[in-house]
Design a binder for this molecule. Sequence first.
Ligand SMILES: [Zn+2]
Length: 833
Amino acid sequence: MSDPEKYTVGWICAITTEFVAARAFLDEEHDGPCQVAQHDNNSYVLGKIGNHNVVIAVLPDVEYGIASAAAVARDMLHSFPNVRIGLMVGIGGGAPSRKRDVRLGDVVVSSRDGGQGGVFQYDYGKTIQNQSFQETGFLDPPPMVLRTAMSKLKSTYEMEGHKLVDDVDRALKKIKKRKKYTRPPPESDRLYRSDVVHPAHSADGCDVTCGNDEANLVVRVERDEEEDDPAIHYGLIASGNQLIKDALIRDKLADDRGVLCFEMESAGLMNHFPCLVIRGICDYSDSHKNKEWQGFAAMMAAAYSRDLLHQIPANKIQEERRISEVLGLIREDLGHLHQTAKEAKTIVATSRLERWLRPPDTSTNFNQARKKWHEGSGQWFLDSATFNEWKHGSRRHLWLYGLAGCGKTILSTTIVDHLQKMNDCFVLEFYFDFNDTVKQQVDGLSRSLLFQLYKFGSHPEHLDNLYKSCQDGQRQPDGRTLLSCLHTMIKGSKAIFVILDALDECTERRDLLECLKEFFTTPDLSHARLLATSRPEEEFLSFIPSWLGKEHCLQLDKDAVDNDIRSYVEARLEHSPEFVSKRLSKDLFEQIRKQIGNRADGMFRWAACQLDSFAVCMSPRAIEKALESLPRDLDETYRRMLRSIPVDIEKDAIRLLQFLVHTKRPLAVSEVVEVIATQADEVPQSFDAKRRLFRETDVLRYCPSLVSLIEVSKGYKTRKELHLAHFSVKEYLLKQDQFDLTSSCIVMTKTCLSYLTDIEGDSSKMRQDFPLARYATMFWTDYATSAETSGEVVQAIVKFLQNEVIFERWCRLGRRCQHAGRLLRQRSSSCLI
Ligand SMILES: [Zn+2]
C-alpha cells in the first residue's frame, strides 16, 4: 500500500476516457493508497511520472460539471495533503477562429491572455439571470513552477517540434481497447461553417447527415513541415455549467474574448484547487455530433501533461506550498473576474437575441455616408438655433426635408456622430435604404431600434421577456408586439435621441405614418426626441406638419447647403488623391470651385457626380470642356453617364444595371462578376468562365458613378456588395424603357437560366465554384413571374425544365425549390400540350 504523504502532483479527470489516457502515461503505477480520508469516495490511481509521485482522480461517473469537480478536488486534498501542484487534464471543445487555427487533436493549455486568468467561467442557458457565479473565484495564474515548465516546453517545441504523437503510440500499447484512443483519419476532422447547423433530433453523425459538401465546410490547408501537428495552443479556456453547442456563440466568445476552448469543470475547481488546465480538442463546440476524436484528444492532453511534468525537477515541487495551505491564504480579489464573467454572460445573451431578432445593421449606412464627410460637413446645421433648441429640449421633434440628392443622409450621420459625443443620452439611428428590402420596412426599423436599446443595456429585461414569451426564440413576434416592446423600453430609459433617415425610402408608407403618429402622440415618450429626414413628398407634407407643428418642419436651406457643397468641393480638390495627382493650376481650381459650387443648387449628389467625371479627365483641356457643358440636373447627368459607357461593354453594363435596379436582395461582387460573364443570347454557351474579370473591383468600370462598392459585415465575415450609388439613380433608370420591370425581368430570367444551364462540375463544390448559382436558383422563378408575357422567356423556361440533367442540377442546388419545380414542370408541359 502506498503512503498518501508521498504524492505531490494531483491530476483530475472528468470522464473514464480521460482517466484511462492518464493512466496509460504513468511511467510506473503504484498500489492503491493505504488509507483515504473519511467520506472520500473518489477513485484513485497512483504512480510516478519523471521524478514525481502523481495521484490521479476521476469524477464519479456521469456527474461531471463544476460542483462535482470541486468536491473531487476537496476530497483529494484531504486524503493527499501533500499535493502541491494541480493538473486538470482532459478533453474540450475547440474555438477555431481567423486568428487561431485550432483543430481536432490539438492541445489547449490555460494561460494568461489579455490580462485575464487562464480560465474564466461563463453561465449559460437557464441560469443566465442567476448571479451565483459571483461566489466563484478564480486563481490565476497557476503555480510558478508550472509556468516555468510550460515556457521551457514551449521553447523546446519551437526548436525541435514535439514528439507527442510518438508518445501516444507508445502509451497505446498499454491499452487493450486501443482503437478508441487511436488517431482518427484526417478526413473525419470536419469544421462546418458557423451557419451550418446539425439537424435537430437527428441521431445520425455528421458523416451521414451533414456530409462533406465543401460549401458547408471551412476549408483548411494541410499543416506544413514547420507546424506541429497536432498543434499546442496557449490561451484562454472558458468553463461553464453547460457545454457550448452553438457555433455562433462560440465565434462571438472567440472573437471578443479570445477563448480557445470550452469545457465544464475547471472554473469550479479553481477556487478549491489552483491548477493548470490542459485540454485535448475533441469537437468544435457546435451543434455537430462527432465523438470519434475523444479518445485521441484525451491521449494528446495526457501526453502533454506528462511531458510537462518531466520538465520539473523533484525539489522544485517540494519548494511549492501545499495546495491545502495556499487555499487558506487566498484573498478573493475578484473584481475583474466578476467583470469578465458578466461580460461573457452579456455576450452570450446578446448574440442569442440578435440571431432571433435579426435586426438590420445600420453601421453599413453610417460608414458609407461617413466616407463622404468633409471638413466641416453639416456644421451649418449643428450651429443653427433650430438644432440647438431641439438638442436641449425646447423643440421635441424635427422633420427636415429637402430634394433628392441634397445630402440628407450625410447630414443625418453628422448629427448622429455629434450626439454620440454627448453624455447621459442614448442615440438610436435608422436609415431607410432603397438598396435593401429589409431596411425598407417598419418591421426592420423596430427590430433595429430594439436591438440598439438592448445593447445600451436600457431595460433589456423587456426584450428578454419577449424572447421568452416567444418560446425562447422559437417564434417571431408580430409588428404590433415589437412596437409596443419598443415603447416600453423607451419609456423606461433616460434621454433618448432617435434619428430616422430617408423616410421616403420606406416602402410601407401607411404603416410608417401610423407608427410615427403614435410616437409623436404618446405622452410617456416625452423624453424621447426624434429627428427625421425625407423628401418633401405629398404624404409626408399632408400629415407630419399637422402632428409636429409647422415650425418644427424645416426645409433644408438651399443657401446653407450650397455653402456646405462649396466646402465639399474644395476639400475634395485639395485632398483627394485623384485631384492632388493632377496638380491643377490655380485658375482651373478656381473655375471648378466656382462653377460646381454655384450651380449645384442645393444638390450634393450633382456636385459629387461632376467631380467624379472630372476625376477621370485626362487633361486640363478636357476638364475645361466638361465645365463648359455641365449637365443641368441629375437626370441629365445620369443620361450622359449611360451614354458614355463604351460600346464594347454596353450590353454587359445594361444587364448589370437591370439586375441592380430589380434585384430581390443586394448582389455580392462575386455574383456581379458572374452576371457580367453570362451573355444570355450567345449560343451555344452563354456563361463563359473566361469572361470573368481578372479583378473583382473592375466591376466599377462598367458604370462608374452609378454604382458603388459597399462593405457589409455579416457576423464576423465581411463581403463586398455592389449597390446603386444613390436613390436618384434608381429613379432615373426606372424612367427608362429598358429598365422597366418586364424588360429587366426578361433579361434577368434568361441570365439566370443560361447560367444554371452552362455551369458544370462537381456537385458538392457547385455553390463554391459558381457564386451566382445560389442566387439564380432562388430567384429565377420570381423574375420569370414578372416576365411571363414574353414568349422568349416561356421558351427558355420550357427548354430549361425539359432537360433532365439541368433540371436535376437545379433541384440539387436548391433542395427546397424541388417541390415548386415539379409543379412548374407539370404546368409548363401541360402548356405545351
Ligand atoms: Zn453535423
